[in-house]
Write a protein that binds this ligand. Structure first.
Ligand code: MSP
Length: 663
């Protein structure tokens, strides 16, 4: 196939994330999956655009801001940085990031609304119905049972009546059915297609698209008492980010090729409301809406109150970005629900990354170094390849096509499985050809052929794995002795054996050191315990006793120098409400004021503490106790004097100024 006939245009979007909270694994998952798809398409040479962003209007944001004593935009500006930072950490290659509070979005939303009012597809009416505030959705009587709880989130509904603009969704029922009958791939997976079709067939009602009760939203053109319904506002981001209604080149290339990736909970907004609005505007509906499943954690629903929310920053920090990316993409058939467990992640790292992929690279490079001083044999040796060599080459080439077909169906796990079949075949080839027996001075070049075949397989592996784990792919590429980055490769040019000139391999650090499970388990248990303590500080004592019972392994001076310990003066002490053991200590650190929450209340009165110069570990990551952010930890000795636990704070002479460093 020539590059030209195969070249596509590919515009891919993630949902835009609410900024009322910090990002978790669910947000990371969608974005990582989109990133892998976008990178894959760039590698194919496709004209690719990848958009993500944040959903910043609506009741949720207004309420979250009120709770924190901020204006909504202050909250948005703060939380949006968490998302941007996370995408940087996770190597997300988005081309654009849209915020719905940006002018480029606001004016398009108002334009949509204006046009739809002019065409009569938006009209004024009165809404009376059951409203779910957290979901920001009205439910018709028919969908609400006697218990009056939200059919989606199961929280109580409120009866509301308000003047509202409506979108004539009912008018588009037949057009939607016709469209989806003609385009069965427009909603994937198939089970979601069936679900949406039966929802549409059950009858669509007009949709309330404005609110008078909400201030934090985009004002309706010509009627400031109303703000645009946050879901309509949010959906329009996909189009405002590519320059509509000016319709320049970005618009022309993107819009006819748009694919939306969403979680299963928001499929209807994307496959019923959104295409109907687009039809009403005379625009094409999305080429595809793909709904992925949801993650549970260790078999349990993820929730803040359970304290089991998976923090993607933490996972990337502990296991590395690529291990985390690989795990979420490989573990679960894309589209299904999945269960997150760190042990499952560790097992995947050990078996797939350390063992299968890492070993193939290590064994190959070791042999090239040992038998050929690191220098690659010339590609002319391929002329004398035998069947076993050609079979592996054919597999490498067909893996590319196989993965391509799976990526077309958004089967990311399937694509990875196909790639690991190639990796497995590479390892088996080593076992079968037994290069170490071919020896150093092999006259008929068998050894050259085997080494070069393996090296070529690894070159393909680096390129094929790059969309999923870009950083690792770049490391493999470099160890193979190649210049540039796999992200710059375009696959019509990959030709097997294309290499001319001299290449020297550069064996480097092991890609994924094996994780020792018993050791890992100790750290894991300590983290789980700390999490419990954060939820319930009473567990703190138990945790620290268990911790002290063990001696710790030796450390380097560098480990110690990571700790920033300073003198702090206790300025005032407050008891923390509903927490018998906690004090909030207000400290003077010389260069700034600090708050530390500490479970020492049962040992000291405030008078014992005020004015003391204590030692504080001040570069500890912040943690929250009963809603109060604690920034650091005070140092104290702890013992049992026979009557119970006693504590003595580490203090210094009064002559020391606050902020003095401790070495
Ligand atoms: N703001 C809307 C989307 C508007 S798009 C025009 C929204 N935001 S969200 O931040 O609440 O959720 C974003 C995505 O995260 C959704 O696709 C949702 O499915 C996904 N997830 C939230 N929790 C999840 C899991 N536990 N597992 C997987 N994905 C989950 O909805």
């Amino acid at each position: 196939m020539s590059e030209k006939e195969n070249k596509q245009r590919f515009y891919l979007t993630t949902p835009i994330y609410y900024v009322n909270d910090v990002p978790h694994i669910g947000h990371a998952y969608t974005t990582i999956a989109c990133d892998a798809l976008a990178r894959w398409h760039r590698m194919r040479g496709d004209d690719t655009r990848f958009l993500t962003g944040t959903d910043e209007h609506g009741q949720k944001i207004q309420s979250a801001a009120e709770k924190r004593g901020m204006t909504p935009i202050q909250l948005c500006d703060e939380v949006v940085t968490n998302y941007k930072k996370l995408w940087e950490v996770l190597d997300i290659s988005n081309d654009d990031f849209i915020r719905t509070t940006e002018e480029r979005h606001i004016h398009v939303t108002r334009y949509f609304f204006q046009k739809l009012m002019e065409s009569g597809d938006i009209y004024m009416g009165t809404y009376e119905g059951w409203y779910c505030t957290p979901c920001e959705t009205y439910f018709p009587d028919a969908q609400v049972g006697d218990d009056k709880i939200c059919p989606d989130c199961k929280r109580p509904l409120t009866r509301m009546s308000e003047e509202s603009y409506f979108f004539r969704l009912s008018k588009y029922q037949d057009a939607l059915i016709e469209h989806y009958e003609a385009h069965p791939d427009a909603i994937m997976p198939r089970s979601r297609y069936n679900e949406v079709m039966s929802f549409i067939r059950s009858g669509l009602q007009d949709l309330s698209v404005s609110r008078t009760t909400l201030k934090w939203g985009i004002p309706v053109p010509g009627n400031d008492r109303h703000t645009v319904y946050v879901w309509l506002d949010a959906l329009i981001n996909y189009i405002s980010a590519v320059g509509y209604p000016e319709k320049g080149e970005k618009w022309e290339t993107c819009w006819p090729n748009v694919r939306h990736m969403v979680g299963k909970d928001i499929i209807r907004f994307h496959s019923v409301i959104w295409p109907a609005v687009l039809m009403a505007m005379g625009l094409n509906p999305p080429v595809r809406v793909f709904a992925h499943g949801w993650w549970t954690v260790e078999g349990d629903k993820m929730s803040k109150s359970k304290g089991n929310v998976v923090n993607p920053f933490e996972m990337a920090d502990i296991y590395g970005v690529d291990a985390f990316r690989y795990f979420v993409l490989r573990e679960v058939p894309f589209g299904n629900d999945g269960d997150f467990s760190e042990l499952a992640l560790v097992n995947r790292v050990n078996s797939d990354l350390a063992n299968d992929m890492g070993n193939l690279l290590n064994r190959t490079l070791q042999m090239i170094e040992k038998y050929r001083d690191g220098k690659l044999p010339p590609s002319s040796v391929f002329d004398r390849s035998s069947d076993i060599d050609s079979a592996l080459r054919n597999l490498a080439v067909s893996t590319l096509a196989d993965m391509d077909a799976r990526m077309d169906d958004f089967s990311l796990d399937g694509a990875l499985k196909a790639l690991w079949t190639l990796i497995g075949a590479g390892n088996k080839y080593i076992d079968e050809t037994q290069p170490w027996k071919l020896g150093k001075d092999d006259p008929d070049e068998r050894l050259d052929i085997v080494l070069l075949t393996l090296w070529e397989v690894l070159r393909f592996v680096a390129m094929l794995v790059h969309p999923f784990i870009p950083n690792t792919a770049a490391r493999i590429h470099a160890q193979l002795g190649l210049a540039g980055n796999p992200s710059e490769e375009r696959y019509p040019d990959w030709n097997w054996g294309k290499l001319t000139g001299e290449v020297m391999v550069k064996k480097g650090e092991v890609l994924f050191p094996r994780i020792d499970i018993p050791k890992w388990k100790i750290g894991y248990d300590a983290r789980m315990k700390a999490r419990q303590v954060a939820l319930d500080p009473a567990a703190d004592k138990e945790a620290s006793a268990a911790f002290d019972a063990e001696h710790k392994p030796q450390i380097e001076i560098d480990d110690f120098s990571k700790l920033e310990i300073r003198v702090a003066k206790i300025e005032s002490v407050e008891s923390v409400e509903k927490a018998k053991k906690l004090y909030k200590l207000n400290l003077d650190l010389g260069f700034e004021r600090r708050v530390i929450v500490s479970s020492i209340r049962e040992f000291f009165t405030p008078e014992d503490l005020i004015g003391k110069k204590i030692l504080v570990l001040c570069n500890l990551k912040p943690a929250k106790f009963r809603g109060i952010e604690s920034n650091g930890m005070l140092l104290a000795a702890e013992a049992d004097d026979g009557t119970g636990e006693i504590i003595s704070l580490a203090t210094v002479d009064d002559s020391f100024p606050p902020g003095a460093p401790v070495h």
